[in-house]
Design a protein around this ligand. Structure first.
Ligand SMILES: Cc1cc2nc3c(=O)[nH]c(=O)nc-3n(C[C@H](O)[C@H](O)[C@H](O)COP(=O)(O)O)c2cc1C
Length: 230
């Protein structure tokens, strides 16, 4: 079933929907599979970020979730023009952007999901430029008519959860303190009405061109995948 163009933003009553039928007098219950979507802000298909996201998605799929991955670098996403046309109308529905690109389809998928993975490497202490470009386009989830001093989020809680993933050359402990990427991803999740389900910070991620994930990271990624599918 395709989601409507602007589906109702709240996922309340959607997660784990039960459909009962009593055709032969016996009640049967079916649980709808959870949908988990990963938004990948890495420039590399075979890099640390995509590997970690794959582990999370595989774990969620093990628990019966339907999973999907969107690579921002392969999507046509224009820069936000700061025209604020999408922020003028009040109400819980996201505002319509004046630009026709892949953002509409990506946001429809996000709104149809029960859980998100938002993932970006640390570049110059923040998220990658392709991730930042995506995040700025989330302004359509804010109501900010001309004359108002600042934006107000349309929805604080859509009943969905997000796992945030980042990686850096520096070790994770200083990385959590000195870089802004997790903060940026957290703000994106909030803007999308998602509550945090956990974070994965992968330090020392730039030692080799192709690097395996340490066992502790694999274990945590798997747990986060299970958590999202719960
Ligand atoms: C342009 C560029 C900027 C970077 N800036 C930082 C940085 O500020 N701090 C840091 O710890 N690592 C930095 N790194 C290392 C990346 O975070 C690391 O290569 C990335 O996490 C690997 O992710 P990937 O395997 O998915 O590409 C930078 C790398 C590049 C290429």
């Amino acid at each position: 079933m395709h989601p409507p163009l602007h589906p109702l933003p709240s996922r309340e009553g959607k997660q784990g929907d039960c459909f009962s039928c009593a055709g032969n007098g016996t009640a049967r219950t079916f649980m709808a599979a959870k949908k988990i979507i990963a938004i990948i802000g890495s420039y590399r298909r075979d890099g640390i970020i995509e590997h970690a996201a794959d582990v999370i998605l595989r774990a969620a799929a093990e628990k019966g979730a339907e999973t999907e991955k969107v690579r921002l670098i392969e999507s046509r996403i224009e820069f936000c023009r700061n025209c604020r046309k999408c922020t003028q109308q009040e109400g819980p529905q996201r505002g319509a952007c004046v630009q026709a690109d892949d953002m509409e389809e990506i946001l429809n998928k996000i709104e149809a999901a029960d859980g998100l993975v938002l993932a970006s490497p640390v570049n110059f202490f923040g998220v990658t430029a392709v991730t930042q470009r995506f995040i700025e386009r989330l302004v359509c989830y804010a109501c900010w008519p001309w004359g108002k001093p600042g934006p107000a989020l349309r929805l604080k809680d859509r009943g969905i959860r997000a796992v945030l993933v980042t990686s850096s050359a520096m070790p994770a402990a200083p990385g959590r303190i000195f870089t802004r990427s997790l903060g940026g991803l957290k703000r994106a999740a909030q803007t999308l009405g998602a509550k945090p389900a956990g974070t994965l910070f992968i330090g020392k991620a730039a030692l080799r061109e192709k690097q395996d994930l340490p066992q502790a990271i694999l274990d945590k990624a798997r747990k986060l995948g299970y958590e999202l599918a719960r």
